[in-house]
Write a protein that binds this ligand. Structure first.
Ligand SMILES: [Fe+2]
Length: 271
């Protein structure tokens, strides 16, 4: 089926679902005008990606894109707050970043053989302690809490950051809609990670914190149990002084596995 045919089918399906809703709820002209006004506001606010997230569309597309039975780290949606071009560094925040210091570490391996993958690129981003990403928070410097780093020869990585908080989705028409219908507007705390390595399928995912708030009612429904890891608190004075820290810190360990890329059609035939 070509792209135009798929588009025609999608438009037919969506039209039918909308007509069915109008008939079932006996939608009035005023309500239709309000709905169209809402969509206009969403466009003006640049919140269509956020709307797709809270309607569950982004997670549904992620589910049909990545087979859950496939080996390797599970995927999760990218969300609307990724910025390319983050600095290459292993500390992605300020020394005095508000929040609890957190060292995130682990290994990147081949999902089929278990072999370590050196040189895998981890592109990481997260919200600050106040629940905002840097681009929406004038208090944070450019690219704060964003960074790219590579796994070492043994496939291991470690970065310094702060423990992310659960956060409310940004203010605007989408937030107001959820508030009006009494739906949760918060996301559970998470790190975003885009993983890539030459010869392997890239993977975009999110890592959640065991026992955290809103794991069960994530407003975009993106939590997967296998993407949930445990925060360990460290407050032994000797350990703190060894790490040059004057306050307790946390560690979070997560191992990633990538699936070898499928050979491209036509590759290897000498043409
Ligand atoms: Fe996020």
């Amino acid at each position: 089926m070509d792209a135009d045919e798929r588009l025609r089918l999608a438009v037919d399906r969506v039209s039918a679902a909308l007509r069915e809703t109008v008939e079932e709820l006996q939608v009035t002209e005023n309500e239709l005008r309000a709905a169209l006004g809402f969509l206009g506001e969403v466009g003006q606010a640049g919140q269509f990606p956020l709307l797709a997230d809270v309607l569950g569309v982004s997670v549904a597309v992620d589910e049909v894109t990545y087979d859950a039975r496939q080996p390797g780290t599970a995927s999760s949606v990218e969300g609307p707050f990724y910025r390319p071009g983050a600095p290459v560094r292993t500390q992605i925040c300020r020394d005095d970043e508000p929040g609890d210091v957190c060292f995130v570490s682990g290994r990147v391996t081949d999902a089929t053989t278990g072999a370590p993958l050196p040189g895998a690129l981890l592109d990481v981003w997260q919200a600050g302690a106040g629940g905002k990403y840097e681009h929406e928070d004038p208090e944070q410097p450019d690219y704060n809490l964003r960074g790219r780093l590579y796994s070492d020869d043994g496939g291991t990585y470690e970065l310094r950051t702060v423990v992310p908080p659960p956060y409310e989705i940004p203010q605007g028409p989408v937030n107001r809609l959820l508030a009006r219908i009494g739906r949760n507007r918060f996301r559970p705390a998470h790190f975003h990670v885009k993983l890539s390595c030459e010869g392997y399928e890239p993977r975009t995912t999110q890592l959640f914190l065991e026992g955290g708030a809103h794991l069960d009612d994530d407003t975009i429904g993106a939590v997967k149990p296998e993407l949930t890891g445990r925060l360990e608190k460290h407050d032994d004075p000797e350990q703190l002084s060894r790490g040059g820290l004057d306050r307790p810190f946390f560690t979070y360990v997560y191992d990633f596995a990538l699936v070898p890329a499928a050979p491209r059609e036509g590759a290897g035939d000498g043409s």
